[in-house]
Design a protein around this ligand. Structure first.
Ligand SMILES: *Cc1c(COP(=O)(O)O)cnc(C)c1O
Length: 233
């Protein structure tokens, strides 16, 4: 099946549930992204700063670029002029830098806080207590050029669908609690970014509002990143 046909299938399925489809185009060449674009897709997800900057410069300007990977503070400046949503925010320090670069560009940048939900060792993501601490911090409340619009999570890489469902459910419960406690008057706090090719159906059942699908749309990724790329993260 062509990328266009594939894309349309996923787009219809996901959007009929009221969920946003983020086409994860990391490692895909511009021609491939254009195929999806010409089939109607406008929201694309990338996980490397340099790659996203290069693609943004060359591809149509009405594409919404989402950074879905881990972001280092020193690279925020490269994406601040155009990024639509930063999914993986996991520290106050990073938020402070995003705020600073957003202000320089006279923008307000939307962000998701990445929550640690998987039963795996990974450096990325905040736990429940850390999120509450961040949202209560005085320094956070002074940031005027960022807007927290929801939470993001990555489930354990397992075939155990029950476990995946439980992890997504925990994130939804946390989201509901935070919404009531901190964002009651902010309708923009409404996004839950969970679900990838392998688990997007479970994610949607458990309240996801944004799924990030790559390999199911574009096929398996083959291109590797260069390790010594100074801008790679
Ligand atoms: C690569 C990636 C995806 C997409 O994964 P697929 O299995 O190709 O759908 C989703 N989210 C994040 C954070 C990723 O890095």
């Amino acid at each position: 099946m062509s990328i266009a046909d594939n894309l349309k299938l996923y787009k219809n399925e996901v959007e009929s549930s009221g969920v946003t489809l983020i086409a994860v185009s990391k490692t895909q060449p511009n021609e491939t992204i254009l195929e999806a674009y010409n089939a109607g897709q406008r929201v694309f997800g990338e996980n490397h700063v340099q790659e996203m900057v290069d693609k943004q410069a060359e591809l149509p300007k009405d594409i919404e670029w989402h950074l879905i990977g881990h972001l280092q503070s020193n690279k925020v400046k490269y994406i601040a002029p155009f990024v639509t949503l930063i999914h993986g925010v996991d520290s106050l320090k990073l938020l402070v830098e995003i705020n600073k670069q957003a202000a320089k560009n006279k923008r307000i940048i939307d962000c998701l806080l990445q929550v640690y939900i998987a039963d795996e060792d990974t450096k990325f993501g905040l736990d429940f207590d850390e999120i509450i601490e961040l949202l209560r911090a005085e320094e956070f409340q002074e940031l005027k050029n960022i807007r927290i619009v929801g939470l993001m999570g990555i489930a354990t890489n397992t075939k155990n669908e029950k476990q995946i469902a439980v992890e997504f459910k925990e994130l939804k419960v946390l989201f509901d609690g935070i919404k009531v406690s901190f964002f009651r008057k902010e309708p923009s706090f409404k996004e839950i970014s969970t679900g990838m090719s392998a688990d997007y159906k479970i994610a949607i059942e458990q309240g996801s509002t944004m799924v990030r699908i790559g390999s199911s749309i574009f096929g398996k990724r083959t291109i590797k990143h260069f390790k010594n790329d100074p801008l790679a993260n």
